[in-house]
Every structure is written in structure tokens, then in C-alpha cells.
Design a protein around this ligand. Structure first.
Ligand code: H2U
Ligand code: ZN
Length: 345
């Protein structure tokens, strides 16, 4: 019997996180009698008087949002991290270690329109979000070493409000996942003399079977080691350390490829596709960051329909992450999905 990645259970290595995942391609057709998530309500007004993110409305802390016309940023009224925390650490040699964290949490509104999502915004409007992500990264990077931009989209991902928005948490230390990516990219550069994600993008571009979209500056792939069924990685084609380093052309190309990817996602199950996404770029420390390459991660939970998601449970919690549909099959489905939004058809 010859080993076949499309039929036989196997493990794949994630070089960014130094971990393995289990792939069970033979299991895709098992019957489903489990939970069905309810479909999110799709009809929303352009302006919701009860939305704390809509222009002119009052937020929980009593502040009133301006009548913004494109994007809007404010400090999270229920911030998970705070700037004024005494510097301290305790129990360094023990089983009970703790250390203080300083940071700042912001909320960013992508549009004044309550009824839109990034997928339904124009590339020109998405470009303004790219510029905002870049400007916020520079501003917060001057004060904090790690700037984490992210978006939780949809009820399924715990978003508290459908108004198009994301968050930024900047901290004086890298999060554990970011730190692992830093370590792995550094080790790869030390042993190969080249950049891990640039080498990966070049090879995926040549192989093609996991590529989803490509333009002059960007490549979107479904990573070889993807855990979530339709997870994707956005990779610049030239060396870029951080979002603010993107030039005008790269920003326009990013807006265009984000639009195309998000429309494909929505078209997959004809639903406003839930996901968590975020950016990873070089930390703002004084070290040599040549091992870093900017990249975006999309982690969508849906597996087989608009209502059936992948659960990260038993084996995943106790041994390692597992997937059924192969990354190559999932990439093929995303490639085939239309770039015209289903709501416009
Ligand atoms: P999520 O939908 O991803 O949870 O983001 C919304 C954020 O908005 C959330 O972190 C904040 C919450 O703390 N928020 C405010 O800052 N002000 C408000 O009036 C309500 C919610
Ligand atoms: Zn709103």
C-alpha cells in the first residue's frame, strides 16, 4: 500500500508554531446529527439608534461618538489591558509566577454603515481600513512592543455587535502565540539564512494547489498545516516587516485581495462568513527583526454549511488539533467560489 495524503490519516507540521496537526481525509463523509448553529439575522438598518458604534450614538461610558464618515477609533471602554499598572513580577522560580502587563485596547469602526461588513465594502473603503491599521500600528508601536490587530466577525466568533469593527490590543510583551512565531522565524533564519514565510510563499506560489488568490503584491494560501477548515494566510510577495511599511501599491493590492477573499468566504455557504482574523508583524523592540515577514491570518470556524462549525474539543484539547477535509480540498473550494457577492446575484 502506498501512502496517500488524500486518503490516509497523517500529521502535518506547522513551522510557524512548531506543532503538529492530525489530518483525517477519509472521514469527510461521516454523518452529522450534532448541533446546528442558528443563522444570523441578515437584515440590518444602515443606522441603528441602539448601536454603540454607530455615528452620533452614546457609548457605555457616556461618551458620544462623532458623526464619522469613514473610520473611527476609540479606547475600549472595557479594556482588557491598561496603561497604568505598576511594574512587578512575582514567584519567578516557583510554580506560581505572575508579572504585570501594560497596554492599551482600542476599538476600530471600519465604516459608519451599521449594515455592512468588510466583505460588502468597496476596495476603496477597505483601503481606508488598511491605512488605519497601519497608522494605529505605528502610533501604538511607539509606546508598546506588540500591537495586535484583530477582528472577531459574527455571533459564532463572539462578536458583541454586527456593526463592522475590529480591535487593537497593544502590550509591552508579545502574546504567547506571537512569541512562538518570533522564535520559529528567528530559528529558521539562523539555520537557513533566508526568511521562513518568504520561502514558504515562493514555494506555495509554485505548487499552486493551496493558493486561493494572488495579485501583484499578495498571495492568499490555505496553509499546508491549516487547523480550521477554511483557514487562510495572507502573505506579501516582497519583504515587509510591518503594516506601516506597505507602500501605496501594496495597500491597494491588499484592499483588493481582502475584498476578493471575503466575498469568496461569504459565497462558500451563502452566509456572512464568521471568522477571527488578525495581523502579525515584527515586534517594536530594538532587536534585529530581519527574520520577520508581515502576514495576516483568517480563522473561520465553519465546516460543512452555514450552520455547522468545527469544534475544537476532545482530541484537540487533549492531544492536538485535527481536521477532516484536506487543506488542498478546501483551497479548491475557495478557488471555485465566485468573486461576485451572493447578495448581488
Ligand atoms: P467585540 O464585538 O469584538 O467584542 O468588540 C466590541 C468591543 O467594544 C468590546 O471589546 C467594547 C467592548 O468592550 N465596547 C466599548 O468600548 N464601549 C461600549 O459602549 C460597548 C462595547
Ligand atoms: Zn452600528
Amino acid at each position: 500500500m502506498t501512502f496517500d495524503l488524500t486518503r490516509h490519516p497523517h500529521r502535518r507540521y506547522n513551522p510557524l508554531l512548531d506543532e503538529w496537526i492530525l489530518v483525517s481525509p477519509h472521514r469527510t463523509n461521516r454523518p452529522w446529527r450534532g448541533g446546528v448553529e442558528s443563522l444570523p439575522l441578515e437584515r440590518r438598518p444602515r443606522f441603528d439608534p441602539d448601536c454603540y458604534l454607530c455615528p452620533g450614538n452614546t457609548r457605555a461610558n457616556g461618551e458620544r461618538n462623532p458623526n464619522y464618515e469613514s473610520t473611527f477609533v476609540f479606547i475600549n471602554d472595557f479594556a482588557a489591558v491598561l496603561p497604568d499598572v505598576p511594574m512587578a513580577q512575582a514567584g519567578d522560580e516557583s510554580l506560581f509566577r505572575a508579572r504585570s502587563v501594560r497596554g492599551e485596547a482600542r476599538v476600530i469602526c471600519f465604516s459608519p454603515r451599521h449594515d455592512l461588513t468588510l466583505a460588502e465594502m468597496s476596495p476603496a473603503e477597505i483601503r481606508l481600513v488598511v491605512d488605519l491599521w497601519a497608522a494605529q500600528t505605528s502610533e501604538l508601536g511607539a509606546r508598546f512592543s506588540w500591537v495586535q490587530i484583530f477582528e472577531n466577525r459574527g455571533d459564532m466568533m463572539g462578536a458583541s455587535n454586527p456593526h463592522p469593527h475590529g480591535q487593537i490590543w497593544a502590550t509591552d510583551r508579545m502574546g504567547a502565540i506571537a512569541a512562538r512565531e518570533d522564535k520559529q522565524q528567528r530559528a529558521y533564519r539562523e539555520s537557513n539564512g533566508t526568511n521562513l514565510l518568504r520561502d514558504y510563499a515562493r514555494q506555495e506560489g509554485q505548487i499552486g494547489e493551496r493558493s486561493v488568490l494572488e495579485n501583484a503584491s499578495w498571495l492568499v494560501v490555505l496553509p499546508y498545516w491549516a487547523v480550521w477548515p477554511f483557514e487562510t494566510l495572507l502573505l506579501p510577495k516582497s519583504p515587509v516587516r510591518r503594516l506601516p511599511d506597505l507602500d501605496d501599491g501594496q495597500r491597494n493590492d491588499l484592499a483588493a485581495i481582502l475584498k476578493a477573499l471575503l466575498v469568496k468566504y461569504d459565497n462558500l455557504f451563502e452566509v456572512s462568513f464568521p471568522y477571527s482574523m488578525g495581523w502579525h508583524g515584527a515586534p517594536f523592540d530594538s532587536g534585529d527583526n530581519r527574520h520577520w515577514q508581515l502576514h495576516g491570518h483568517f480563522f473561520p470556524p465553519l465546516l460543512r454549511s452555514a450552520t455547522v462549525k468545527k469544534f475544537m474539543v476532545g482530541y484537540e484539547m487533549l492531544a492536538e488539533a485535527q481536521r477532516d477535509i484536506t487543506p488542498e480540498q478546501a483551497a479548491g473550494r475557495l478557488r471555485k467560489a465566485s468573486e461576485v457577492h451572493f447578495k448581488l446575484r
